[in-house]
Design a protein around this ligand. Sequence first.
Ligand code: HEM
Ligand code: HEM
Length: 192
Amino acid sequence: MTPYPRTMLAIHWLTAAAVAIAYLSSDDPTHGTTAVDVWMGSMHVAAGLWVLGLVLVRLPVRLLSASQRPVSTPMVGAWRRLQRLPGYAHAALYVLMLVTPALGWIALSTMTPDFAMFGSNWSLPLLNQTTSAWLDSLGDIGEIHAWVGDLFIALIGIHAAAALLHHLVIKDNTLRTMLPKRFQTIGPKAVR
Ligand code: HEM
Ligand code: HEM
């Protein structure tokens, strides 16, 4: 079994953690009334920006390590029609890792002229007011961002369920290829 390179493993799980934090803290970051709300708003923006930063590193790393990518389990029988599905799902996840935080950034720019994270000097550079007013005229970007965020989470749910299906029902090595080395030798007998 060839696992994913360690850098890809690290980025994959750091991204999963950052998305979870961004989703759990999601709300309008400009309207916090209590200290906890304001902190959660900063958390949402910071974790979301981590997702964006990590995918910008992940894309070149993926390209450079293409030859070390694990070979996926060939599907058999009627399942062969679904052979391309994981590839499409992964491509959609990449698009959403880029688009969801980018829309959040644009939405924030239409809602406030500045945004200081965690009440400190960590000001987020926002799009200027002329650009953001023009973007706002295209529709409620905040609402679109929230909708795309929900779609992202739904796709992650299906992706995680598929990984668990491979591990628990098909009993192949798909999940192990995305786990650190020490988890690659335990569990049910591998078939690839
Ligand atoms: C993976 C990253 C992200 C996810 C999954 C995500 C998800 C969401 C969701 C589901 C909401 C709706 C919350 C609600 O109304 O209950 C929301 C709101 C919001 N998010 Fe994000 N977000 C992400 C990143 C970001 C980033 C990076 C920014 C800013 C730089 C941002 C700014 C906002 C703003 C301004 C709202 C309020 C929109 C409005 O009420 O019109 N988000 N986000
Ligand atoms: C934010 C959450 C997640 C995102 C954005 C994400 C995204 C991706 C992407 C794009 C790939 C393809 C490899 C690559 O090119 O990077 C992948 C592979 C994989 N992911 Fe995730 N993932 C997430 C969470 C999870 C979770 C929670 C699990 C397990 C429960 C999981 C299990 C796997 C496995 C096993 C693979 C290897 C699949 C294969 O090679 O066929 N992922 N993930």
